[in-house]
Design a protein around this ligand. Sequence first.
Ligand code: FMN
Length: 179
Amino acid sequence: MKQHIEVLDYAETILKAVKRGVLLTTAADGKVNTMAISWGTLGIEWGRLLFTTFVRTGRFTRELLDKNGEFTVNIPMQDSDLSLIGKCGTCSGRDVDKFKQFGLTPENGEQVTVPGIREYPLTLECRVIYRQEQDKSAMLAEVIEECYPQNVGSENWGANCDVHITFVGEIVNTFIISR
Ligand SMILES: Cc1cc2nc3c(=O)[nH]c(=O)nc-3n(C[C@H](O)[C@H](O)[C@H](O)COP(=O)(O)O)c2cc1C
């Protein structure tokens, strides 16, 4: 069952959860994948409610997002197992089926083709309405030093060579999955 909610009523919950880590789920070519994110913003532009996510170019997630511009953001609630963030944030969907490996249960979406995750029930369904590769020449030097030191390659979860792509998702539906 899904309880539909107003996303702004949960803004504080969502942003506090993002700071700790949430999941970003994507799907294309018959594959569903999820990864941890702890950078993301909730906001408004073009008169639409947006969730913006920042994905390094080397991630498998980036490939899936390029093929299917829909995603879900999966936010833990009281009983959720927070160790899933570390698990889904340190291996790639190129090598493992994280849903099988970590016992995640997909929950069919309503407005997008990408599922939610029952274990992380607060769900934002989003479709990408803008994407842009970030330009290091427009960044503050201290951010470049901190976030792009160029000593960990793209294939690692802690990669720091690749820039991020900004994917701006319009939030088209928000619900809590109840068991
Ligand atoms: C707590 C946490 C937060 C993370 N946040 C981000 C993020 O915001 N953007 C990003 O590109 N990678 C982030 N990562 C790294 C990805 O989750 C990680 O590289 C993952 O293995 C990529 O999976 P994929 O190759 O299946 O897409 C984070 C990892 C952790 C553990």
